[in-house]
Design a binder for this molecule. Structure first.
Ligand code: UT7
Length: 329
């Protein structure tokens, strides 16, 4: 068995900001309500000519630069997204071409907001078992095309972004960097709490489905909120216990950035101080699979997260999916 370490992170946020004041002109809402209930001030929208893989390309390039690897050194790309460029081929294959990563296998992974943790866990298993060596994991979304700007319960939350991490086999015995554990869960019985009703094989796109706005995200916010806090607390505690650690051993928690109140309630449940929690939701909103790698990269680049520290990732999303991943950076 080999050890896996994160050697590069990167992110990209589109420049175009949609503020709460902008949304207040479209739906019956206001800046104060959105800030109090979500912590969000603005979210980003990709330009019309920017697809999910365009955002991912910038994040990936930044991560590869930090990792000091060339795209040709990659032997796998795991692309986590619910907003692919096309139904087929996979966004991973499109990104592979854009990056010039000609020596790797590439595939998409769909786990909604938990996607990046699922992706990093998958990469870890391939590296641990010696099958692959250098893997790029992407969490990227262009969500704004799937948001109903007449639904105040969802349009206030979602935005576009991309984040990336490069992981590799750690062969240096003096280097403690390692992905220690991952725990992943799903509960398909609750899949209708957060979904896009049409556009797939169950309900193919029709004139009526467009008119009925069935291609937009539908969410039972209150129910999702409750499940999110429960699930993220549970799998975070499990990560800490599995590794025989205590809360003191954790330097940072990087949670899925869905709503500041969900993050605060999860931290309270866990008994961890908010001083140890990376919160970057204010200027980007909920970007699904991208929130964790974006927040992680911001905290690595501003040097809050330092080499040698233990970092806990935790997420929750449609499916319902959830997961945690604990690593030494
Ligand atoms: O990424 C993973 C998936 N997503 C999430 O994790 C999101 C989870 N859910 C949430 O973040 C929250 O449920 C929301 C932010 C979506 C909503 O906040 P809430 O505190 O749960 O509000 P609520 O749905 O319980 O609604 C409270 C009131 C309602 O009015 P009445 O019925 O009490 O008169 C809503 O109609 O607030 C109203 N409301 C709004 N008012 C102003 C709902 N949305 C808005 C809005 N502006 N944008």
């Amino acid at each position: 068995m080999f050890r896996t370490k994160i050697i590069g992170t990167g992110h990209y946020l589109p420049e175009n900001k949609i503020t709460n004041h902008d949304l207040a002109k479209m739906v019956d809402t206001n800046h104060e309500w959105i800030v109090e209930r979500t912590g969000i001030h603005a979210r980003r929208n990709a330009n019309d000519n920017q697809s999910t893989t365009d955002l991912a390309l910038i994040a990936a390039t930044n991560a590869l630069e930090m990792a000091q690897l060339d795209a040709k050194d990659l032997d796998m790309i795991v692309f986590c997204s619910i907003t692919p460029d096309y139904i087929m081929p996979s966004s991973a294959c499109i990104l592979q071409e854009k990056l010039g990563a000609s020596n790797c296998v590439s595939f998409d992974l769909v786990a909604a907001c938990s996607g990046f943790i699922y992706g990093l866990a998958t990469a870890d298993m391939y590296i641990k078992t010696g099958v692959k060596k250098n893997i790029l994991v992407i969490g990227a979304e262009v969500l704004h095309n799937f948001v109903d700007y007449t639904d105040r319960g969802t349009c206030i939350l979602f935005g576009d972004a991309a984040g990336a991490a490069v992981v590799t086999r750690n062969e240096d015995e003096s280097d403690n960097a390692e992905i220690y554990s991952h725990h992943m869960y799903s509960d398909g019985s609750l899949n209708k709490l957060l979904y896009v009703p049409s556009g797939g094989s169950q309900n193919p796109a029709t004139k009526e489905s467009f008119e009925n706005k069935e291609h937009f995200v539908k969410m039972n916010g209150r129910e999702i909120f409750k499940h999110a806090v429960r699930a993220m607390s549970k799998c975070s505690s499990e990560a800490i216990e599995t590794n025989n650690m205590s809360l003191e051993d954790i330097s940072w928690v990087v949670p899925h950035q869905a709503n500041t109140r969900i993050i605060e309630a999860t931290a309270k449940h866990l008994g961890i101080s908010m001083d140890k929690v990376i919160v970057e939701i204010e200027e980007m909103g909920n970007t699904s699979a991208a929130t964790i790698p974006v927040a992680l990269d911001i905290a690595v680049r501003d040097q809050r997260i330092q080499r040698g520290q233990n970092v806990l990732l935790t997420a929750f999303g449609a499916g319902l999916t959830s997961g945690s991943l604990l690593f030494n950076f």
